[in-house]
Design a protein around this ligand. Sequence first.
Ligand code: HEM
Ligand code: HEM
Length: 185
Amino acid sequence: MQPADGTRLYSRPARLFHWVTFGFVAVMVPVGIIMTDRGERNIWDATTNGLYSGHKLAGFILMFIVAARLIYRLAKGAPPPEPTLTPLQKTVSGLTHWGMYLLLFGMFATGWLGISLYPALDIFGLFSLPAITGPNEAAAGRVLTAHKLVAFALMGLIGMHVAAALYHGLIRKDGVLRRMWPARS
Ligand code: HEM
Ligand code: HEM
């Protein structure tokens, strides 16, 4: 149901996809940083291995969630932009949103390719993720460096995106934040 004041909300599935993605990324970034730091300091204990397994498995699962989200988005579209936005704001927010989708797939591609090349496909000693290419440790190093750089770019865009969402919600007090808020209105 849409609120009576004319604000057009994202659908329930679109909001669920958005906040599930946020939950995964909010955990995966600190885990990625901590596990890499422990690896660089040569602390290869059960905690480090568990963090690596958890990060790889969560990233693999999130790839399917974001693919489903993108298919849903392309099939169903989004509500028309909040009517008080300037043309520039509409363009910048559109570029930011599609940029985040692109960089999320950049993370999945570099992560999966990196662990296939290394190879480091094992998950908690229980099973292996499928490899998308044969081993090449030197190439793995370059691809995982790209993974780190794409992560920085994604964090930059997310930072801008969250700042804009809070500006709309707390300062402009328009309908933008409510469009994606998990509660109904
Ligand atoms: C949105 C998804 C993802 C995010 C936000 C993310 C984030 C990160 C971050 C912040 C790091 C630390 C980088 C550094 O400090 O060097 C990292 C490292 C890593 N990630 Fe991801 N990641 C994602 C998906 C994946 C996927 C899908 C895989 C594999 C299936 C993966 C495998 C790895 C590995 C193996 C490392 C360690 C790299 C190294 O040891 O140099 N990540 N990730
Ligand atoms: C991992 C972090 C996040 C990612 C990757 C992300 C990604 C996205 C994407 C891709 C869209 C566009 C949806 C579409 O049209 O398909 C979107 C919309 C939106 N997001 Fe986020 N988001 C994140 C975190 C947040 C947070 C923390 C907030 C609030 C503080 C937020 C507020 C919003 C709002 C209000 C919209 C709707 C914008 C509009 O009406 O045009 N997002 N987000």
